[in-house]
Design a protein around this ligand. Structure first.
Ligand SMILES: Nc1ncnc2c1ncn2[C@@H]1O[C@H](COP(=O)(O)OP(=O)(O)OP(=O)(O)O)[C@@H](O)[C@H]1O
Ligand SMILES: [Mg+2]
Length: 361
């Protein structure tokens, strides 16, 4: 699991003047690893994947597979399977024809093609549907055909571009598990592009968070969620409250109406404080020194079944507080006064560079 199988070395893509779509991206993907490429629309995820797959030419930098430079090789010489965001099945071919395509390109004997197509369809639970046309399948089934078509060539690298984006929530869940199972069973080094943070956290060994063509952070789901490197990562991966403030020489932070301590020490100056809604408790007992606290008034409570979200007006700042529900949990009314408490260890503080202090993350 530790050996780098796919290496991106200062990979860059420009489409013209202006900032590059992908800027000097360096990343090691380990053998057998499922790496999530996560970021907002337009940050360069598809462009990165297309360069890896050989469908777009890199403006600069190198792509290595098992130590071999493949930067200028055509797609069919890269030993990679690709699943596109929109499936991109051949509409005039039946399912078996779609899945067989890569093997026929590679001029495999007919009997072998038939056998491997059958096996690939079984792997994605589509046995017996080989004769159907893509239009005679549901979205989820088409998605699985696309997956079988990529897997049948037994690639050493699998590239998946938002493969679940058109599925409903339940099918998405099922397909996540299915893809993860197949990927682990076959030990395929995989890059999984998504802009869905829950999907990335749930499926991936590691996540690379991109923003405007640049890598913000690479880490395990736990590292990305618990110790985000930047306010952007903290905000993009999971919900979070954000308050700007200032830290004094003793490490105490004044942020809006709050006086706080943060998990990690930092230098005096302007900071952005962030705390996740579900890490804030409505306090009933005395609060120890390892807690930050605040008082406020509930402005709105929203019940969504598993979670109760409350907006609490703390007099100059509003905090969102979330908790899991249970039968009999009272739904607070607007106007109720509450004391809030959250652990110092759950209080993230990011230094704000003086010149950027007025900027968004
Ligand atoms: N062929 C192209 N010509 C010019 N600009 C392009 C081209 N392809 C992509 N871009 C630009 O490059 C940037 C990155 O695009 P890309 O498709 O990689 O984003 P993405 O992260 O995959 O977004 P999404 O989540 O919406 O799929 C965007 O600003 C996009 O407009
Ligand atoms: Mg894309």
């Amino acid at each position: 699991m530790t050996e780098a199988h796919l290496v991106l070395d200062h990979l860059e893509k420009r489409f013209g003047a202006g900032p590059p779509a992908v800027a000097s991206l360096s990343l090691d993907v380990r053998k057998g690893e499922l790496l999530g490429l996560l970021g907002p629309s337009g940050c360069g995820k598809t462009t990165t994947l297309r360069m890896i797959g050989g469908l777009a030419e890199a403006t600069a930098g190198h792509i290595l597979v098992g130590g071999r430079d493949v930067t200028t090789l055509p797609p069919h010489k890269r030993d990679m399977g690709i699943v596109f965001q929109n499936y991109a099945l051949f509409p005039h071919m039946d399912v078996a024809g779609n899945v067989a395509f890569g093997l026929e390109m590679r001029k495999r004997p007919k009997a072998e093609v038939r056998e491997r197509v059958e096996r690939a369809l079984e792997m994605v639970h589509l046995q017996g549907l080989g004769h159907r046309k893509p239009r005679e399948l549901s979205g989820g089934q088409q998605q699985r055909v696309a997956l079988a078509r990529a897997l049948v060539i037994e690639p050493s690298i699998l590239l998946l571009d938002e493969p679940l984006s058109n599925l409903d929530a339940k099918l998405r869940d099922e397909m996540r598990t299915e893809i993860r199972d197949i990927q682990q069973r076959l030990g395929i080094t995989t890059i999984f592009v998504t802009h869905d943070q829950v999907e990335a956290l749930a499926m991936c060994d590691r996540i690379a968070v991109m923003r405007a063509g640049l890598l913000e952070q690479v880490g395990t789901p736990y590292e990305i969620y618990e110790t985000p490197a930047t306010p952007f990562v903290a905000d993009f991966v999971g919900r979070i409250n954000r308050i700007d403030g200032e830290r004094d020489g003793n490490g105490e932070i004044v942020a809006g109406p709050f006086r706080l301590r943060a998990a990690k020490p930092g230098r005096a100056g302007k900071v952005t404080v962030m705390v996740r809604p579900h890490r804030i408790h409505v306090a009933t007992d005395a609060i120890g020194p390892e807690w930050n606290s605040a008082t406020g008034t509930i402005r709105r409570a929203t019940y969504v079944g598993d979670v109760l979200a409350c907006e609490v007006d703390c007099g100059g700042a509003t905090l969102t507080v979330e908790r899991h529900t249970h039968p009999g949990l009272p739904i607070p009314r607007g106007g109720e006064a509450v004391t809030l408490a959250w652990r110092v260890s759950d209080t993230l503080a990011f230094d704000r560079p003086a010149a950027l202090s007025a900027d968004a993350p």
